[in-house]
Design a protein. Structure first.
Length: 339
């Protein structure tokens, strides 16, 4: 009688104790391209805050420079050894990292690409990203509307990321050109267009110094450049400095992508004409939530309807609105930048 009563009492107590989430205490990894670009700094903040909220342990890693695949490979090895439940990664080389990602998935980890899809995209379990083609298209449409009749005689400098033709680089570049009204030959490849308005492409590594050097190179090719597309806002700031050094900063329209707070301030100050804002903090926090759910239930995230990724949104920021290009002001953007 005592045994039965004790067992029944123990069972009744167990029903009163909340089940411990399998996500609590679990390791989640964040691997960014670098740890210096403000975009990835904000991404790390989002992952840290959400991991803390959910009782998870975040281990973060980064490449030494943009394009550093080897450091990301080693980071995945470290996370496999740590028994992580999942990895969030912004790949430096979308193709070269795939074998390491496959190894992590075979070890039972959920792998989510952030911002930059893998190549092929389904090498990851999911991608949480801005619609980068749309981001480029928005600034292209704005630039065309702003130039009006002068758009047909534009001289365009394209300041890309690096020579690797990674998906985010290609999508922004090609989206911009399409938005501006330039025919694309291969939408998955940069630099193959034959439109005479394009002065040329150069690479920036996504940095201010890189933007300055790339702008100097393209100005040497054609000093009449009057429209500059840049892969991100640090590159845009560098391009502006190069233009300012030769007294052309007021003659050239600069457009960019990212929507970081410093970039939005540069819109307010007239350095950048328009930028497309994305939301890296949201990407990372939603990614951590997805890994927590996977740890609890084995459920993987589903793509946004009609897309092959989870769309985390994009907004055009400018203080010079143009017909046909829906936008918000820099003041509004400063309240939203990288949330």
């Amino acid at each position: 009688m005592f045994k039965k009563t004790s067992i029944a009492f123990a069972l009744s107590l167990s029903l009163l104790v909340p089940a411990v989430s399998h996500a609590e205490g679990a390791v989640v990894g964040l691997i960014t391209k670098t740890n210096t670009n403000p975009f990835f700094v904000k991404m790390k903040e989002g992952a840290e805050a959400k991991a803390k909220e959910l009782g998870m342990t975040l281990q973060s890693f980064a490449g030494k420079v943009d394009g550093d695949n080897d450091s990301q490979v080693q980071a995945i090895e470290n996370l496999i050894a740590a028994g992580a439940k999942g990895i969030l990664i912004t790949p430096n080389d979308s193709k070269a990292i795939v074998p390491s990602v496959e190894k992590a998935r075979k070890a039972g980890m959920l792998v989510i690409a952030l911002d930059t899809p893998l190549d092929p995209a389904d090498a990851a379990d999911a991608t949480f990203a801005t619609d980068n083609f749309k981001a480029g298209e928005l600034i292209g449409q704005w630039a065309a509307a702003t130039l009006g009749d002068k758009a047909k005689d534009a001289k365009i400098a394209l300041l890309d990321l690096n020579p690797n033709q990674i998906s985010v680089d290609v999508a922004r570049d090609q989206g911009f050109l399409k938005g501006f009204g330039i025919d694309l030959k291969d939408p998955k490849k940069m630099g193959d267009e034959d439109d005479k308005r394009i002065v040329g492409n150069d690479v920036t590594q996504g940095s201010e110094e890189g933007g300055r050097k790339a702008m100097e190179n393209l100005l040497q090719k054609d000093s009449g450049v009057n429209l500059v597309y840049t892969i991100n806002e640090p590159a845009a700031a560098g391009a502006y400095e190069a233009l300012k050094a030769v007294g052309k900063e007021k003659e050239v329209l600069i457009v960019s992508v990212d929507g970081g707070c410093p970039g939005v301030k540069n819109v307010k100050d007239g350095v950048i004409g328009a930028t497309s804002m994305q939301f890296p903090l949201l990407m990372a926090s939603k990614g951590v939530e997805a890994i927590a759910e996977f740890a609890k239930s084995g459920t993987k995230p589903k793509n946004t309807d009609g897309l092959d990724f989870v769309n985390t949104g994009v907004e055009l920021i400018t203080d010079k609105p143009a017909a046909g290009a829906t936008s918000i002001t820099s003041e509004e953007g400063l309240k939203k930048c990288w949330g």
